[in-house]
Every structure is written in C-alpha cells, then in structure tokens.
Ligand binder design. Structure first.
Ligand code: PLP
Length: 360
C-alpha cells in the first residue's frame, strides 16, 4: 500500500501521540455532570449575564454546531474543519505537526504575512524564501516554489490575497504547485482576506488535492478580530492529527455565541454588506491615493487594505502618526522600500489619513 501523502510527512512522535482526553471528549450526554471538576455555579453575575449560557462549564472541544455552520459557509464538510483561536493558531499547529525542530523547513513567498516565519522560528524550523515576482504584480513563482521545496520543506505557505501586497495569487498556479508537491509537502493557502476578493475559495479542491490546506478567519470580513476565531480546512486525516495537538478547549463559550450569531442568516447578510462597503471604499481610496503628489504607486487590492509606495515612508509614517493616524510601515519587507499599508476604515477614518498624506 502506498504511504499516505500527508500523514507520511507528520512528525512521527505526533502520529504516535496519545492526545489528552478531556472530560468533554469522553462523555457527551448526561444528567448530572460531576466529571470535569467544574464549579456547579458561576458565582459572578458579571461573568454570566442573565440569558447567556452558563460559564461554569467547559465548552465543547470542537462545538459541532459551529463546525457544521463553518463547513457550510466555507463550502466543505464538517470533517474538513478545525476551529482555532484565530487562523494564527492554525499556522502554529501546522508547524508543530509537520516540522521536526532543527531539521525540517517551511517555504514562504516574501513579501508576505509575518507569522509563518515567526511560528517557524518558535518551532526551530528553517525558512526557505521564494519571493513573489514583483515584475508580474507579486505573482506566484510556482516553478521556483516547486524546485525550492525539494530541500526539506514540509509546508509551503501561500497567502491569497497576499498580505501586504493585497492581490490574489493565480488559482491555477497554486493548484499546480500543490499537485506537484503531493507526497513531498503540504501547501497551505491562507485565505484570511478572501471575502474582499469576491473569488471562490480553494476549499472546494480539498477532496481532489489531499495535500492542500486552507486557512480562514472571522477576523476580517466578519469584523470579529476580538473573538479570535479561525478555521483550518483540510483532509479529515490531517484534521484528526491537528485535533490531537490543539489545546483541549480552544473555543470559549462567548466566542461560540458570537461566531454562531455572525454566521446566522442575519449575520451573513451584515457581513456581506460590510464587505461591499469596504470594497467600494477601497476603490475610492485607491483613486485618491494615486493622485497624491507623495504617492508613487498604488497596488491593486483584493483585500481590505492598500499597499502604496511613497517618496519617503518614514516621513509619511511620522506625519500620520503625529496626527494620531496609524498606518503600517512595510518598507522593511522584501522588495517594499518606502511602502506603506493602509487598512480600509470608515470613510471618515480614510479621509483623516488621506488629508495628511495629501500635505506631504
Ligand atoms: C494573511 C493573514 N493570515 C492570518 C492572519 C491572522 O488572522 P487571525 O485573526 O485569524 O489569527 C492575518 C492577520 O492579520 C493575516 O493577515
């Protein structure tokens, strides 16, 4: 029998690990709950306002209603979903599952989201960079990635739309990369900003491409960065491995309530309206930025932020910061000299930034 193309890449000690068996994993139904050393009451009214679920009980490790709702929203099946504390936790879990400290590597495509390299450093995994092609609008160098992945790379992180450059990666190039690396590496597509692109998720390919993983989050389109709720979408065997290493109760009860409300029909309609407003405002802000004397270039964006090049990023940052308007200096990122990233806020917030930048 051929070895499983994904499980064969997992750290052997993680494959062999007997995970912690929490009380809520062992018993699902009962009348009197005396198994988890919980307090029978929540003494503080502030911790459990009337009408809200009691907080004295541990939550479900992976609340089935939230898992099913996320699966429906992301167009996949419940067995393909792991809920985590933001998608950042998904990145960390993948590193810990696949990368043997001091031996294995991840591949990133700079300039890109910083947490891939930070999680790699925590796990003592090497980072192999294969830059995006700036000349082609920061496009994926699929052939370069496939070639470089030969050197001990277990995980390839592709961010689409990419932070901080803003644009989607070419779907066919991502799929070609994943297919070429089957049995050698897992391709993780971080779709944190996908709703702002209006493009379909790669999650529909999970069944056909077993070494594909998709990361999603409620932090951006749903405006819920404060609840820390993300999802890792992957083949069921890999989800099973990640479930072994995630903390026993990663979905606090108030998070579950907020996430379910956000994914209700009314919540989904509100998120769609919010995304549409941000996308319209992104178009307006990009147009204004492009006309400012100190702005050299504005990159097209499929996300809720814009990357632009200025004559002098330090000066732009100082001027905005001096007025209490906080942008993100990306000028130290690979290939982004004098570049600044601006999140699309409310029209008034955006105008506050634009007015200062106009004076430079
Ligand atoms: C590309 C990308 N992935 C993941 C994250 C983390 O998101 P979460 O809030 O779900 O941890 C961010 C946050 O900015 C991001 O830009």
């Amino acid at each position: 029998m051929n070895p499983d193309p994904v499980l064969s890449l997992i750290r052997p000690e993680i494959l062999a690990l007997a995970p912690y068996s929490s009380a809520r994993k062992e018993a699902k139904a009962g009348r009197v709950w005396l198994d988890a050393n919980e307090n029978p009451r929540t003494p503080s009214e502030t911790a459990a306002p009337a009408g809200r679920p009691a907080l004295n009980r541990y939550p479900e490790p992976q609340p089935p209603d939230l898992v099913a709702t996320l699966a429906a929203y992301y167009g996949t099946a419940p067995e393909n979903v792991l809920v985590s504390r933001g998608s950042d936790e998904g990145i960390d879990l993948l590193l810990r599952a696949f990368c043997r400290a001091g031996q294995d590597a991840i591949l990133i495509t700079p300039p890109t989201y910083g947490m891939y390299a930070v999680s790699a450093a925590i796990q003592n995994a090497r980072v192999v960079p294969v830059p995006l092609d700036a000349a082609r609008g920061f496009a994926l160098d699929a052939e370069g990635v496939i070639a470089a992945a030969a050197s001990g790379v277990k995980l390839v992180f592709l961010c689409s739309p990419n932070n901080p450059t803003g644009a989607l990666l070419d779907r066919a190039a991502v799929l070609r990369t994943a297919r070429a690396l089957l049995g050698r590496a897992v391709v993780v597509v971080d779709e944190a900003y996908l709703e702002f692109a209006g493009s379909p998720s790669l999650a529909v390919e999970l069944a056909a491409v077993p070494n594909l993983v998709v990361l999603r989050t409620l932090s951006k389109a749903f405006g819920l960065a404060g609840i820390r709720c993300g999802a890792t979408l992957a083949n069921p065997a890999l989800i099973g491995v990640l479930q072994k290493i995630i903390a026993p109760y990663p979905v606090p009860t108030p998070v579950l309530q907020a996430a379910l409300a956000a994914l209700s029909p009314a919540g989904l309609a509100a998120a769609r309206a919010s995304v549409a407003a941000i996308v319209a405002e992104r178009r307006r802000v990009a147009g204004v930025l492009a006309g400012l004397p100190a702005v050299r270039r504005v990159w097209p964006s499929d996300s809720n932020f814009l990357l632009f090049a200025t004559a002098d990023a330090a000066q732009a940052m100082a001027a905005t910061r001096g007025a209490g308007v906080i942008l993100r200096d990306r000028s130290r990122d690979y290939g982004l000299a004098n570049c600044v990233r601006m999140t699309i806020g409310t029209p008034a917030e955006n105008d506050a930034a634009l007015e200062i930048l106009a004076r430079l």
